[in-house]
Design a protein around this ligand. Structure first.
Ligand code: RNT
Ligand code: ZN
Length: 418
């Protein structure tokens, strides 16, 4: 069998014929930091005991054994995941994953103290952390409304929560010397026809204005806002729609979060990239895979993921995007779900970095559209895997499908004991 190196060398030559520098592509790939969502390991459970379970229109279907039940198990699982993916990445924490053992605190009372253990862990691993306010799975969210609630006391509670989360994010960013991106997604919406839409959105804007009126150090933390089309139980109305947050982000110079699963199924999120970047400096993507009404299937190396990464790379904005993962599958090995998704996202970025964009653009400019389409088609079967395998080997992580064995071992040795 040819060695990995040899296969890489011959792939390198093939790409070079089309003006593509594989070495440069790998260097650029190595600088990409994905933000791994902590909530795949425990089906978005969190470490509080609100006694409510997952709500807010979110659902993790399946009951595959081995989910993480506490912080130690979650950390072990994440450590395992990090060992199976090339590159150094980040962790995205939700507020209800704090350390509440010694310091129980409701959402409007949490603080940096509840995240000290995470920060120490991240320092040890030399990784950055991003953060999310948690506006669901809580009695004060059970009406279906939080920041857009008609009830002032409910709104005030959640405003305080968001303020606490921004403070925690600033603390995390300062401690880890790496800007922490704080994301706000709220479940607010209704199952049925809503006749007071304007009021809810007016209140949401007012709540956000209060939250954002406190200035934070942008070196340590920055705010992002995430829209949604609908959720389970909020089919007819969602206060935080795309138009709402697009307007808010542009007006207030904020990061807009585009969750790939939060749009009409035939709507292309890839196409949004070059449009949004005309008005917005930074975008956060929640990379996920929508299937019919579910927005949170495991990310795959498929057309929507590849097209998204292509548009980011082709727009020259790889260093202006934050790439977070956001899915939760409880029906398969959860570590496996992470690793499949992370590797698929990275592979999609690599495929994009390896596209012969100079030649493609020349064709397009000259109206050589047959030639453009032909080359795009041929590139699909170029030896991407030789470059990817080489990259994995260089990074000391399993090559190809070898990670399956490693996850099977972890399942029998660790997960099955839970
Ligand atoms: C929900 C949003 C949100 C959540 C996480 C858990 O539809 O996508 O980002 O998935 O915050
Ligand atoms: Zn999301």
């Amino acid at each position: 069998m040819e060695s990995r190196e040899k296969l890489y060398e011959s792939a390198k030559e093939r790409y070079a014929e089309y003006g593509v520098d594989t070495g440069l592509a790998l260097k650029q790939l190595s600088e990409v930091k994905l933000s791994l969502h902590c909530w795949q390991a425990d089906d978005v459970g969190g470490f509080e005991n609100q006694g409510i379970g997952l709500d807010g229109g979110l659902a993790a279907t399946g009951n595959y054994p081995g989910k993480a039940r506490n912080m130690t198990e979650l950390k072990n699982d994440l450590f395992k995941v990090f060992s199976l993916i090339p590159g150094r990445h980040r962790l995205s924490l939700h507020a209800f994953y704090g350390d509440f053992k010694d310091k129980p605190a409701d959402r409007d009372a949490i603080g940096p103290d509840n995240f000290r253990t995470w920060v120490e862990w991240a320092k040890h691993l030399k990784i950055g952390i991003d953060f999310n306010s948690t506006f669901f799975s809580h009695p004060k969210a059970s009406s279906g409304f939080t920041l857009a609630s008609l009830d002032k006391s409910v709104r005030d509670f959640w405003i305080e929560h968001a303020l606490r989360c921004r403070e925690i994010s600033e603390y995390i960013g300062r401690e880890l010397h790496s800007t922490c991106i704080h994301n706000i997604w709220i479940p607010d919406g209704a199952k049925e026809i809503t006749v007071n839409r304007f009021k809810h959105r007016e209140l949401l804007k007012e709540s956000l204005d209060k939250i954002m009126s406190v200035k934070m150090n942008p070196d340590f933390m920055r705010d992002a806002i995430e829209s949604k089309l609908f959720g389970i139980g909020s089919e007819s109305f969602v206060a935080g729609s795309h138009e709402f947050y697009l307007g808010y982000a542009v007006k207030n110079n904020m990061i807009l979060t585009i969750d790939i699963g939060h749009f009409h199924p035939t709507e292309s999120c890839a196409d949004k990239v070059s449009a949004l970047f005309q008005y917005i400096d930074n975008l956060l993507f929640h990379v996920t895979r929508g299937v019919r009404w579910d927005s949170d299937h495991v990310v795959l190396f498929n057309d929507p993921t590849i097209e998204l990464m292509q548009e980011i790379v082709w727009a020259g904005k790889l260093d202006k995007v934050f790439l977070g993962l956001d899915y939760f599958d409880a029906s398969i090995n959860r570590i496996g779900a992470y690793v499949i998704g992370v590797r698929a996202a990275l592979k999609s970025i690599l495929a994009s970095l390896l596209s012969p964009v100079k030649i493609l653009r020349e064709y397009e400019e000259k109206g050589r559209n047959f030639e453009k389409l032909a080359l795009l088609e041929e590139m699909k079967t170029f030896p991407l895997s030789a470059v990817w395998d080489y990259y994995c080997e260089q990074n000391g992580v399993p090559v190809g499908a070898d990670y399956i064995k490693s996850i099977q071992m972890y399942e029998s040795e660790v997960l099955n004991g839970r």
